[in-house]
Design a binder for this molecule. Structure first.
Ligand SMILES: CCCCC/C=C\CCCC/C=C/C(=O)SCCNC(=O)CCNC(=O)[C@H](O)C(C)(C)COP(=O)(O)OP(=O)(O)OC[C@H]1O[C@@H](n2cnc3c(N)ncnc32)[C@H](O)[C@@H]1OP(=O)(O)O
Length: 271
């Protein structure tokens, strides 16, 4: 178990983080309001309208979730909760076998945490906000579904984390960045995010990626293992579907149990 100095983390959240976050974005408190909803599956009801849900096939086996939080898919608490609920609903639906996660926005997969949510908030509010993101990431990471991230634009910090929670990551070619820039923003990397990164990249590369805070081009992201494949933008969804189809060909029960056994150890990490 990793030991964490909780007092130190608490003081950091209280005193430093809200100022750092807003300096990073050069903003005041301009939290956005509500967004559109799109959902055509009878059993999905997130209670919020920030993720579009599309069935991909007549068998309902593959679902495409499109993050839809304009302008940059910053992970608001409402979005995190909606995603958590959707993934849990899909996990509970025996027909569903695979999930593609992408974005409705042309150039951004996700900009990560909603930095504006940290501005002027109390310690308890910030802690509560962080926990909505962590719960969403854990739910995706441990989903019984086969998961593919179709990264159609920038995937920064928490956006990169969301992609790392998926089993396979395909990124579109383009002038996009993918990386874990938390140390640049001023957020000490939580142990659970480090653990997920080590799981995907291996310890040595994960350390370099995390401690540099570097934002990678798609080709560089491929080299370090942040993504598994880089494809032309027009091929992104079809390639993701092909990968998912292969993944779900494997027997459901052995696949599900093996994924659970591989990933559950990582849930002991918190801050
Ligand atoms: C000590 C204990 C800690 C415990 C922590 C527990 C959990 C932590 C979870 C894991 C750690 C995750 C951390 C994060 O995710 S920190 C977030 C870091 N994100 C970024 O640095 C991304 C910043 N944004 C950008 O780089 C760019 O916006 C872009 C995504 C590349 C898109 O560029 P572009 O298309 O040029 O758009 P703009 O830059 O013009 O942005 C448009 C508007 O969106 C606002 N914006 C951008 N990013 C965010 C954000 N993350 N949150 C809120 N708002 C954001 C931007 O200010 C613009 O707004 P405006 O139009 O009103 O000016």
């Amino acid at each position: 178990m990793v030991k964490v100095n909780v007092d130190m983390a608490s003081s950091f959240i209280r005193a430093v983080l809200p100022r750092l976050a807003c300096r990073h974005l050069k903003i005041g408190n301009n939290c956005n309001g509500r967004y559109l909803y799109g959902c055509n599956k009878r059993w999905v009801s997130s209670g919020s309208d920030l993720v579009q849900v599309e069935q991909d096939d007549s068998d309902n086996e593959i679902v495409v979730l499109k993050m839809n939080v304009k302008p940059v898919n910053a992970c608001t608490a409402e979005f995190n909760n909606a995603m958590t609920k959707l993934i849990k609903d899909l996990d509970a639906d025996e027909q569903s076998k695979g999930l593609i996660l992408t974005s409705t926005l042309p150039n951004v997969f996700s900009a990560g945490l909603q930095l504006t949510a940290l501005h002027g908030k109390s310690y308890d509010e910030i802690k509560e906000y962080f926990s909505t993101f962590q719960t969403m990431a854990h739910t995706l990471f441990t989903s019984r579904l086969a998961t593919v991230a179709a990264i159609n634009g920038h995937a920064i910090a928490g956006g990169c984390v969301i992609a790392l929670c998926c089993e396979y990551r395909v990124m579109a070619e383009g002038k996009f960045h993918n990386g874990l820039n938390e140390v640049i923003v001023g957020i000490p990397m939580p142990a659970w995010v480090s653990a997920y990164t080590v799981y995907a990249l291996g310890t040595n590369t994960a350390e370099k990626v995390i401690l540099s805070g570097k934002k990678h081009t798609p080709r560089e992201a491929l080299q370090v293992g942040l993504v598994d494949q880089v494809v032309p933008p027009d091929d992104l969804i079809q390639v993701s579907k092909n990968i998912l189809s292969d993944l779900i060909k494997v027997g459901d029960y052995p696949r599900r149990l093996s994924k659970e056994r591989l990933r559950k150890e990582l849930l002991m990490f918190s801050l």
